[in-house]
Design a protein around this ligand. Structure first.
Ligand SMILES: *Cc1c(COP(=O)(O)O)cnc(C)c1O
Length: 221
């Protein structure tokens, strides 16, 4: 099936309150444009350089989301255009984004990435670190970032029940944090090609789907 056909099939399965972020990492501009021409306007990348290059090459009404780990020295390259950073995995990074966004007089929306998987390698806050951030009072001092929700990646496993329980845990944490973060705190980014339907059942508001739209990637990222 073509990219446009894949996209059409996926959109049919996604309720209106859930946003589809098309993860275009490793795919060339011509291929990503097929999704654009089919109407998709929200794209996600996991590497700064690749996102910058595609942003320059592609139509300017695209909303670009960063979903991969962000190094502080690269923040400045995405600040002018990024519409949401899903992968804020430390207070230090949040502070650095606030600083860079301030320099450009931008306010940048961010999600805090929460470690929900069993694997050791995934980045992110755990519940205690989130509470530490909240209790530090630091959030009130940031004028150029807005924390609009949480993001998580489930374990890479065949166990549906484990994935479901990890998503459920993230939703519970979201509900616990919502009164503290306030009205802007509305998004739960969870679910990828293999598990986005499960994620939606467990309260996802944003799914990040790559290979089901664009096909398998040729190299691991
Ligand atoms: C690559 C990636 C996705 C998309 O994964 P697929 O399985 O191809 O849908 C989603 N989220 C993040 C953070 C990614 O790096």
């Amino acid at each position: 099936m073509s990219v446009a056909e894949n996209l059409g099939e996926i959109i049919k399965t996604i309720p209106a309150h859930v946003q589809l972020v098309a993860i275009s990492k490793t795919k060339p501009v011509e291929v990503v444009l097929e999704a654009y021409q089919a109407g998709q306007r929200v794209f996600g990348e996991n590497k700064v350089q690749e996102m910058v290059a595609k942003q320059e090459a592609m139509p300017k009404d695209i909303q670009w989301h960063l979903v991969g780990h962000l190094q502080t020295n690269k923040i400045k390259y995405i600040i002018p255009f990024v519409s949401l950073i899903h992968s804020v995995d430390s207070q230090k990074l949040l502070e650095a984004i606030d600083k860079e966004a301030g320099k450009k007089s931008r306010v940048v929306d961010c999600l805090l990435q929460v470690h929900i998987a069993q694997e050791e390698t995934k980045f992110g806050f755990d519940r205690n670190e989130l509470l530490t951030l909240v209790n530090s009072g630091a959030l009130a001092s940031y004028s150029s970032v807005r924390v609009v929700g949480l993001m998580g990646m489930a374990s890479f496993t065949d166990s549906q029940s484990q994935v479901r329980s990890e998503f459920r845990g993230l939703q519970q944490l979201f509900l616990e944090m919502k009164p503290i973060f306030g009205n802007l705190f509305t998004q739960i980014s969870m679910g990828m090609s293999g598990d986005y339907l499960l994620a939606i059942e467990e309260g996802s508001t944003m799914v990040r789907v790559g290979s089901s739209i664009f096909g398998e990637r040729n190299y691991p990222v």
